[in-house]
Ligand binder design. Sequence first.
Ligand SMILES: NC(=O)c1ccc[n+]([C@@H]2O[C@H](COP(=O)([O-])OP(=O)(O)OC[C@H]3O[C@@H](n4cnc5c(N)ncnc54)[C@H](OP(=O)(O)O)[C@@H]3O)[C@@H](O)[C@H]2O)c1
Length: 252
Amino acid sequence: MSPASTVLITGCSSGFGLETARFFLDKGWRVVAAMRTPREDVLPPSERLRVLPLDVTDIASIRRCVDAAGPIDALVNNAGVGMAGPLEAIDLNHARTVYETNTLGTIAMTQAVLPQFRQRRAGVVVNVTSTVTLAPLPLLSVYTGSKAAVNAFTESLALELAPFDVRVRLVLPGRSPSTSFGNNARRLMSEDVPEAYAEFTQGVFAAIRDTSTPVTYAEDVAEAVWQAVTDPAAPMRIPAGADAVAAATAAR
Ligand SMILES: NC(=O)c1ccc[n+]([C@@H]2O[C@H](COP(=O)([O-])OP(=O)(O)OC[C@H]3O[C@@H](n4cnc5c(N)ncnc54)[C@H](OP(=O)(O)O)[C@@H]3O)[C@@H](O)[C@H]2O)c1
């Protein structure tokens, strides 16, 4: 791939997606930064940058975005939402939103770009999941399921697309309290936790927010995505962040 290559990244309004868009711009790539609510001002001005609207749960929005983007060399499925809490307290409609976004959103975006990759016999899809799929934590059952499904989807698809020279990879970030992830997740969480879980829930949430142990930074994710896109020898699963590398090593 040359510096004139184009990457389409989903979920660029904040966090990992925003940093990854910056990273690829710095490397001289053309970047299509997709956002639910497009905002040019969050990224440095560049003639190589295009900001396009995209809701990954809306197939018409996906088609418009992929058509407007034109030929791309890499797709980064980064858009995602979190959800935490005891399963008993989870609203099934909120669980649907998590799967619609994290799992089906990734599948639908991948479907939309595959014809061009297959025809050109080139292209990379990078799916951002999570190390909670390697080292499960309590209270994240719905979120973990939505991301573990993407791991399995990606590993099967990689075999299907290898004959067409299309690469598919996973980036697994660790815990990153500095993105908007926690606040966005809280919108989908119930205030109404059964008393039996209250103390346990408080303890787990405090551990999730703790920054005294190693965490993942947005730059770690940008670098891992860069490796996944540009290095054909990159492994299928790339942990991003010090805690993620430790979790992946322990899981092995
Ligand atoms: N932070 C962590 O601890 C952590 C750890 C492991 C993995 N991850 C994964 O890393 C990815 C990025 O998360 P982050 O930490 O950077 O969180 P973030 O700051 O909340 O960013 C998530 C992005 O996804 C977008 N998004 C959500 N729903 C969407 C939809 N239906 N269509 C299009 N875009 C949508 C958000 O857009 P809006 O601004 O419009 O909501 C936002 O741009 C996610 O897939 C997440 O699951 C995060």
